[in-house]
Every structure is written in structure tokens, then in C-alpha cells.
Write a protein that binds this ligand. Structure first.
Ligand SMILES: O=C(O)CCC(=O)C(=O)O
Ligand SMILES: [Fe+2]
Length: 276
């Protein structure tokens, strides 16, 4: 059922190999530069012009994270939902996860402004993983169905030292190896939220590209030393049958009419409001 997928094969064999070996892949032109500029402006317009950031937003080292409220970073607004339903990225995720029945999650945003402090460091955040594997279990399953792939859209060009997300080439394999060697592998390094022994590189890209990461990939935000802000949106895809329940359907009534309209037919399936 899940091995042969009838979906356009948008990644080349070399790209698929790169993803599984390196743990990350830059998907070029997931949206056009014009679309990227539209979303960049939409997100920048969320910032109050008096720069009085709402109390519940996060702001650290030049990285502004809009929040819906103190506990919710998901911007599943009609304006942004079309990105969740991006067909190319859905096909990429289906190809990698070997299933067409996927769920899309997250939708958080990040704006990284130029910041001249902390000159001797590239990272502004400790390397970590964001796997949808609960921390009350002791070990990962290391199965394909458990994998979440995620990452971010770049809505601006991200040149070197421009605030690009940092990754550890092959790092997902290091995480797997270290976790497998320990009976409570899920809990190493503060549940993998505090990884300080690995070296990372920046993922540069152009407006419209998507930086795709394996869920065991150690990653972190970096300082932006350039004048162009890095504007990004984070999305994740899991299989509907993800063994920890990350792919479960939302409670009825979770989305309103305008959201469902904006999501479109593919988006409604990806949100779990219509069956595959
Ligand atoms: O902003 C980035 O590049 C990465 C942010 C991140 O990984 C996080 O906030 O969990
Ligand atoms: Fe993260």
C-alpha cells in the first residue's frame, strides 16, 4: 500500500539519495519569486509599524517570532494556508515518506533581522531536533512511518551569514546511531533539545526555496549579518499513520469556512478535514 506511490516523482534519484544520506535538501522554486515576495510582505505587515511587538511574541537575537497567543505559534490563516497546500512540496513529501496520505502541521513564522552582536558565533539557538515523537517514550522507532519531514520556506534570498537555518550534514544518522546505543535514546541531550557536540552549516537559498529536513536532523537558527531580513515559514509533513498520532485528524469544527476555502481540495485533505 505504501511502497509504490502514484504521485508525480518531483525529486530526482540523486535528490532522494541526498535527503536520506545528508538529512536535508533544498527544494528550489517551491513557489515563484513573485509569490515569495507576496508572502514576505504579508508577514512583514504583521509587525506593528511602531515596532511595539505584542507581549506574547518572541524576540531573540534579532529573530522575531509572531505568536497567535502565548501557547500557539500556528498561523493557519486564509492568507497563509495556500502554502500549506503547496503541491510541489506535497509531492516531495509523498515521495520521501512513500505515502500519499499525509498531514501538514506547524505554520509558524520567523523574521530574522540583521544583528551585529555575538560576533564569534554563527548560531543564535542551540542545535536541537523537533521530532513529533513524544518525550514520554524512551526510544525512537526509526521506522519510515515515524519520520516527519519539515523545514522552512525562504521568502527572501538567504545569502551566506544571512540567517539561514543551520544543519549538521549527515546529522540525522549521528542522532540515530547515538540514540540506538542507549536504552533511553529519546532522552539524550535533554531530549535532543541541547546538542552542543556537533558542527553545523548554514542552508542558503533563494526566495521561493524550501529547506527540507529529516526530523532527526540537528538544526538551529543563526544570526543574520546582512541587511535583508530572513523571512520564513515552517511546515512539517507526517504520514496519516504516524505511530505517535501526529497525523490524527483535528477535532470537528477546528477550521472555519474561510480557512477551508483557502486550503483548497488538497489542503483540506492535508489538514485532515476531508478523507484521502
Ligand atoms: O529559524 C530557524 O532557522 C530555525 C528555528 C528553529 O529551528 C526553531 O525555532 O525550532
Ligand atoms: Fe527547530
Amino acid at each position: 500500500m505504501t511502497t509504490v506511490v502514484e504521485t508525480p516523482q518531483v525529486l530526482s534519484d540523486a535528490e532522494i539519495t541526498q535527503f536520506w544520506e545528508q538529512g536535508y535538501l533544498l527544494v528550489r522554486g517551491a513557489i515563484s519569486r513573485e509569490e515569495a515576495a507576496h508572502y514576505r510582505d504579508h508577514i512583514l505587515d504583521m509587525i506593528p509599524r511602531n515596532l511595539a511587538l505584542p507581549e506574547h511574541w518572541h524576540s531573540a537575537a534579532g529573530r522575531i517570532k509572531p505568536m497567535r497567543n502565548a501557547h500557539d505559534h500556528t498561523f493557519d490563516t486564509p492568507e497563509l494556508l495556500p502554502l500549506w497546500a503547496n503541491e510541489k512540496l506535497y509531492h516531495v513529501a509523498a515521495q520521501l515518506l512513500e505515502s500519499t496520505r499525509l498531514r501538514v502541521l506547524d505554520g509558524s513564522l520567523g523574521i530574522t533581522l540583521r544583528n551585529d552582536s555575538d560576533r564569534d558565533r554563527a548560531l543564535s539557538q542551540t542545535l536541537h531536533i523537533d521530532a513529533s515523537v513524544p518525550t514520554d517514550i524512551d526510544q525512537f522507532l526509526f521506522s519510515l512511518a515515524e519520520v516527519q519531514i519539515g523545514g522552512c520556506f525562504y521568502f527572501t534570498d538567504v545569502l551566506p551569514n544571512g540567517g539561514g537555518i543551520h544543519v549538521v550534514p549527515g546529522g540525522h544518522r549521528i542522532v540515530e546511531e547515538e540514540a540506538r546505543a542507549h536504552p533511553q535514546g529519546r532522552h539524550l541531550y535533554d531530549n535532543w533539545k541541547r546538542i552542543t557536540h556537533l558542527e553545523s552549516v548554514e542552508v542558503t537559498g533563494e526566495a521561493g526555496d524550501f529547506a527540507l529536513l529529516h526530523h532527526l536532523m540537528p538544526h538551529g537558527a543563526s544570526h543574520n549579518r546582512r541587511s535583508t531580513p530572513r523571512v520564513a515559514q515552517f511546515l512539517r509533513w507526517v504520514r496519516e499513520d504516524q505511530p505517535h498520532g501526529a497525523g490524527k485528524a483535528p477535532e470537528p469544527g477546528r477550521y472555519g469556512a474561510r480557512q477551508l476555502e483557502a486550503a483548497g481540495p488538497l489542503g483540506r485533505k492535508l489538514l485532515g478535514v476531508e478523507p484521502w
